[in-house]
Ligand binder design. Structure first.
Ligand code: NAD
Length: 263
């Protein structure tokens, strides 16, 4: 399952599942573009990959909700490594404070969450797919990082869940529209220990906040037959989908949730 001579862009690549994905792709020989808002963590990861892995790495500061920045991200990948083969749409935001049940939605929260979680992947596909088609070898891969929130209810986060459901639908459309040159699949992580999860736990700490959040997460972990996943568990699935071992897989939605949605 090597990825030599491949270039991958990972949005939100500086932290959590994105950073684990960058590490695993680079371990398997891919050159990796770490695209993120967080320059400090992104630069640290690039240094680590350059020291320890087979593939090279480069950071590009990117806000995925800004189309010009996303176009620049794709240009950066081509300028640094000469080609683009794999797009991992991983960047997303979740906020129990900004989000909520549909009767409590605020327009700015809607714009913020959909801007990053849905427009972001759309912009990235819009600019990356032509670049992947340009490589001339007939192979490009999109992996969209959705969530089990696309598959089962996650009450209290209605915008987040809607963006993730839409991302799964977008994945299927792309799979059909751009086959056979481009494969597109979605992964749906369950509960994974990352800064995003820690922020969700912390958000329940203040007096104004939803004190049910840790209870909800504890329940989800308890109801996960294999227990909480590690970012690398998701990264290995993404790397498999990016590789030619998955050459017959497109349009699929793959839970990486320790069995949570199997009930
Ligand atoms: P994380 O918060 O650790 O990392 C997210 C990264 O995205 C950060 O580096 C952040 O700087 C970056 N980012 C945020 N907004 C951005 C923007 N506008 N442009 C570019 N980069 C931006 O989160 P994580 O838990 O690793 O989540 C990664 C993905 O996995 C997300 O799509 C998330 O929805 C999904 N997911 C996570 C879990 C979980 O339990 N952690 C579960 C299901 C799905």
């Amino acid at each position: 399952m090597r990825l030599d001579n491949r270039t991958a862009v990972v949005t939100g690549g500086a932290s959590g599942i994105g950073a684990a994905t960058c590490r695993v792709l680079a371990e398997r020989g891919a050159d990796v573009v770490v695209a993120d808002l967080d320059e400090e963590q992104g630069a640290e990861l690039v240094d680590e990959i350059d020291r320890e892995r087979d593939g090279g790495a480069s950071f590009v500061e990117t806000d995925v909700s800004d189309e010009d920045a996303v176009a620049g991200m794709v240009d950066h990948a081509e300028a640094e490594f000469g080609r683009l083969d794999v797009l991992v749409n991983n960047a997303a935001v979740a906020s129990r404070e900004a989000d909520g049940p549909v009767t409590h939605l605020a327009d700015d929260a809607y714009a913020f969450l959909t801007g990053v979680n849905l427009q972001g992947p759309m912009y990235a596909c819009k600019h990356a797919i032509p670049a992947m088609q340009d490589t001339g070898d007939g192979h490009g891969v999109v992996v969209n990082n959705a969530s089990i929130a696309a598959l089962v209810a996650e009450p209290g986060m209605d915008i987040y869940t809607a963006t993730k459901g839409a991302l799964v639908s977008l994945t299927r459309s792309i799979a059909i529209e751009y086959a056979p040159a481009i494969r597109a699949n979605a992964v749906c992580p369950g509960v994974v220990e990352t800064p995003m999860l820690e922020a969700a736990m912390d958000s329940a700490a203040g007096p104004e906040d939803d004190g049910d959040v840790p209870d909800t997460l504890d329940r989800m972990i308890e109801e996960t037959p294999l227990g909480m996943a590690d970012p690398a568990d998701v990264a290995h699935t993404v790397a498999f989908l990016a590789s030619s071992d998955a050459k017959a897989i497109t349009g699929a939605t793959i839970p990486v949730d320790g069995g949570y949605t199997a009930r």
